[in-house]
Design a protein around this ligand. Structure first.
Ligand SMILES: Nc1nc2c(ncn2[C@@H]2O[C@H](COP(=O)(O)OP(=O)(O)O)[C@@H](O)[C@H]2O)c(=O)[nH]1
Ligand SMILES: [Mg+2]
Length: 342
């Protein structure tokens, strides 16, 4: 195993500790399709048949006979609530180091939306950074930078004109050798423009187009690509609205100040409405906590609770069905010491 080549792909001690003796070869998933996955290993790209575990772009896997034999435990994993589902998660990307939350310096700039992405990034274990595009079309980009930087001490804000490749170079430090950067944000904010600047892809597609009478290549699904800085970039498809899946740890980290206040409330089950001894409403009254920020926290908490409650309900329903199935079809199992649970 060429360790240097793996480190170049983003490999770290975290994964090395998970390798069993004689296991290998190892590869990283660059895109996932219905019945195959593309991957890259120390010897280059390969196509794999998926195994039992659902794959997501960025995953580390053990390869055997052109198939995925095993998926390594993910160091970080970005997930959202699946579209149209109350309580199902959709994995977005794994083993991402930094999530760039892309937003524009215009009327689309929205603190509540950025907080949503921040909660997702923190929940995943990624370092968040806010990238503000269209600085060239804005009278006061510094004002947007200040507002973005004020959202959380955990995320710095970077202002760019995404159409100026040399300006996008500011992000090179986040996608150098061994580093994986992902881009997220609403449709139209400039993710593809940033991606092209970071990967040099436009030059490539232009070259292909010249030889290809069929013209423009359609945007592909989520993919992990090489950056010019020597690392990796994952572009996530534009989403209309980001629904949170499990995110209580992320929300807790993002709103650590409010979380700390709740622990100082007189009642353990304080709803922070009109209870006596509520440290949260007291902080608002004292001007120490912004009322709108509190409202945004409440909204995210409620959404996350609805999601988690839905997941718990689905689980208990499935368990109930499993029990009926077990009792009805196979009473012998208990005698053999097989609980029937998987
Ligand atoms: N002037 C200017 N236009 C931008 C900037 N970033 C993106 N755009 C334009 O905004 C539109 C949407 O950009 P795109 O990269 O496709 O956004 P995506 O949907 O997030 O991938 C395109 O017409 C881009 O040229 C920027 O920083 N400045
Ligand atoms: Mg795009």
């Amino acid at each position: 195993m060429t360790t240097d080549a793996l480190i170049d792909l983003g490999w770290s001690e975290h994964f090395a500790a998970e390798v069993a003796d004689g296991e290998g070869p190892i590869a990283r998933i660059t895109s996932v399709h219905r019945s195959r996955a593309e991957a890259v290993g120390p010897d280059g790209p390969m196509t794999l048949a998926p195994g039992d575990t659902p794959l997501v772009v960025g995953d580390w896997v053990v390869v055997a006979d052109d198939s995925v034999a095993r998926v390594f435990p993910r160091r970080t994993v970005l997930a959202r609530r699946a579209a149209g589902a109350e309580s199902a998660a959709q994995l977005i990307a794994a083993n991402v180091d930094t999530l760039a939350i892309v937003s524009s310096c215009n009327a689309d700039f929205n603190v509540a939306r950025i907080e949503r992405y921040l909660a997702m990034a923190l929940q995943a274990g990624c370092t968040p950074v806010i990238v503000l595009t269209k600085a060239d079309e804005c009278d006061d980009p510094d004002d947007f930078a200040r507002r973005a930087a004020a959202i959380s001490p955990l995320a710095q804000a970077i202002v760019v004109n995404a159409k100026a490749a040399e300006d996008v170079r500011q992000l090179d430090a986040l996608c150098g050798p061994g580093q994986t950067l992902a881009l997220a944000g609403m449709s139209g904010v400039g993710k593809t423009t940033i991606r092209n600047a970071l990967t040099g892809e436009e030059a490539l597609t232009a070259g292909i187009r010249a030889d290809d009478a069929r013209g423009r290549h359609t945007t592909t699904s989520r993919q992990m690509r090489r950056t010019l800085a020597g690392g990796w970039l994952i572009d996530t498809p534009g989403m209309r609205e980001l629904g949170l899946a499990e995110a209580s740890a992320g929300i807790g980290e993002l709103f650590a100040d409010i979380q700390a206040l709740t622990e100082a409330c007189k009642f353990r089950d304080c709803a922070h409405e009109s209870e006596p001894g509520c440290a949260v409403t007291a902080a608002v009254a004292a001007g120490a906590l912004d009322k709108e920020r509190l409202e945004r926290w409440r909204k995210l908490k409620r959404e996350e609770q609805v999601y988690t409650a839905g997941v718990a309900e689905t689980r208990s329903r499935q368990k109930g069905q499993q029990r009926i199935y077990n009792e009805g079809t196979n009473r012998g199992r208990a005698k053999r010491g097989d609980s029937g649970r998987r």
